[in-house]
Design a protein around this ligand. Sequence first.
Ligand code: RB5
Length: 144
Amino acid sequence: MKIAVGSDHAGVEFKKTVTDWLEKNGYEFNDMGPYNEDSVDYPDYARKVGKAVAEGEYDSGILLCGTGIGVSISANKIKGIRAAVACNPEFAILARQHNNANIICFAARFTDKATIEKSLHNWFTTEFEGGRHERRVNKIEPCC
Ligand code: RB5
């Protein structure tokens, strides 16, 4: 399983929590930047990660910004991407079970290490439920 990781400047600190967790748990990943806390624009990094996942180069993605909102809105502009903000570990389960999200986003300014680690655990150990959720997910398409 190959994971693409990215953030903006606000997410750099907790991105280390993410990459440490991925390393410890044996996941192959690519940190697509940024690599310091100089101010950057979150759509640039969300697009890098989103495109890499949409094109099948990576199995899923992890994005962080201050709220998780900017990176999720940006990544969701890419066809085939379902990026969900996980505010807590339960959201991480439901984002996979019900929405089959392929990118999980974290709110770096409103979270903590334990929440991120538990959310990652849940994200990687939960399966898409399919059934009625598959019908709904199939209806998520650009429409106008
Ligand atoms: C950066 O200051 C902040 O706007 C960004 O990290 C994010 O929260 C945007 O949604």
